[in-house]
Design a protein around this ligand. Structure first.
Ligand SMILES: [Zn+2]
Length: 435
């Protein structure tokens, strides 16, 4: 007999290690670690502080959102259905210029709450003042990889300040909150940072032993500008300056040639695929199947909540599969099981934390979600992966655990006052528009 903290008994367990599903499974958690995953009938006897009844439910790793700007929840629904540059220039950039650190914190609280309530346990973020996002992550108990965004300003002193502040935040906050918070540096994009600045950021990241998070090959127009300015496209430019490597997380990678895909694979660059934002901003359809065939690791991201407009990964995972089917005119590509794998195991790999989370395995941290299948849109269960990817939404998530701690149970958030966050966020967003 073994003493543990939590036992989840019964239900279908999806470890996401392979295609298998364990009917009438059992997961046992001691402190922050998974100590048993398998058949309930074959498990040792556990004495648990808490037993969760899993019958009629699916238990799987928490979803990993590989690219977002979580504080942009405040801009959700503003100036919709516009061309990308006009939307940025006329609405987003002027509002971002007014953002105070406290606003970024409130936006992050709202985004973290939304992610928690829709089954995302870990996310990668890029934005200003990630120390404020870290505060929200710390409070709500999620796991995150945060990249302070760096954009080259006309004013050199301003750029220096941004770089310096990013380095200070990374130094101070990387590997904090019981290891839940990690940092990267976030050069915004090749079109918004000069090669010299990119080189300096790359060097700083090496020194700090943190990764890099960048937007890459998102827009055809902006890529053309890069080519006109430097004579080469974004990926060869990054290769030339020695920027590419296994700890680079590149968001989008839509407009890439066969040769560029080979370069990404050779340097083991990780890719975040953001299907909903790519469609909404009409940027194009990434060739994910080609990237995967070349051996590139790909995770899934929502992108910012102002260009999605949701942080519900279930919606995005469904779209991830559908967009590839239409991209290749082939209904067999990116099947449900693979899409869910990209949102769990592969997402963890893309963030370099596959040894810690991403699957339900002995010794891994207990980041998991429980989904109630007793719903009209989730029955019958002929194919559990198809139900989760094509039929489920984030609001079907019943219970969420991160690092062994229950953050939501039976849809009741246990770590914060939900009402207060909603009120604060509404007020902050209104104030931003008025003042
Ligand atoms: Zn983005």
């Amino acid at each position: 007999m073994e003493n543990v903290d939590v036992v989840i008994r019964g239900g279908v367990v999806l470890p996401m290690k392979g295609r298998g599903a364990i009917d009438d499974g059992l997961v046992a958690i001691k402190k922050d670690v998974i100590v048993y995953v398998g058949k309930a009938s074959k498990s040792p006897r556990f004495i648990a502080e808490k037993v969760i009844e899993g019958k009629g439910k699916a238990i799987l790793p928490g979803l990993v959102n590989c690219h977002t700007h979580v504080s942009m929840t405040l801009f959700r629904g503003l100036a919709e259905d516009q061309p990308l540059l006009r939307w940025l220039r006329e609405t987003i950039w002027p509002l971002e210029a007014k953002l105070k650190p406290e606003d970024i914190y409130v936006g992050a609280l709202l985004g973290c709450l939304e992610m928690l309530k829709t089954g995302t346990t870990c996310f990668a973020d890029m934005y200003f003042r990630e120390d404020m996002v870290a505060k929200a992550v710390q409070e709500l108990g999620l796991r995150a990889t945060l990249a302070p965004g760096i954009i080259e300003s006309q004013n050199a002193a301003q750029t220096e300040k941004m770089l310096e502040e990013s380095i200070i935040a990374a130094k101070k906050l990387h590997a904090t909150a019981q290891g839940r918070i990690r940092f990267q540096l976030g050069p915004h994009a090749v079109y918004s940072c000069s090669p010299e600045l990119l080189k300096r950021i790359h060097k700083a990241a090496l020194r700090l032993r943190v990764g890099l998070h960048i937007h890459l090959a998102e827009s055809e127009d902006l890529a053309r500008q890069v080519k006109e300015k430097y004579g080469v496209t974004e990926i060869p430019l990054l290769k030339k300056i020695g920027f590419l490597g296994p700890s680079v997380l590149a968001a989008h990678c839509i407009h890439v040639s066969k040769q560029e895909i080979k370069t990404l694979a050779k340097h083991q660059v990780k890719v975040a695929y953001n299907p909903v934002a790519n469609m909404k901003l009409a940027q194009g359809m990434p060739s994910i199947v080609d990237l995967l065939e070349a051996g590139v690791s790909v995770g899934i991201g929502t992108d910012g909540p102002a260009s999605n407009n949701s942080l519900d990964m279930f919606q995005t995972v469904k779209t991830a599969s559908l967009l590839q089917k239409i991209r290749y005119r082939d209904s067999t590509v990116l099947p449900a099981h693979q899409a869910l794998e990209m949102a769990t195991r592969d997402g963890a790999k893309v963030l370099g934390i596959e040894n810690i989370v991403g699957t339900l395995e002995l010794g891994k941290k207990a980041d998991l979600i429980i989904i109630d299948l007793k719903k009209p849109h989730l029955l019958p269960v002929h194919d559990i992966y198809a139900n989760l990817v094509y039929s489920a939404t984030g609001s079907d998530v019943d219970t969420v655990m991160v690092n062994g701690k229950i953050l939501m149970e039976n849809r009741q958030v246990t770590v914060t006052d939900e009402e207060k966050i909603l009120e604060k966020a509404q007020k902050t967003a209104q104030n931003l528009l008025v003042h």
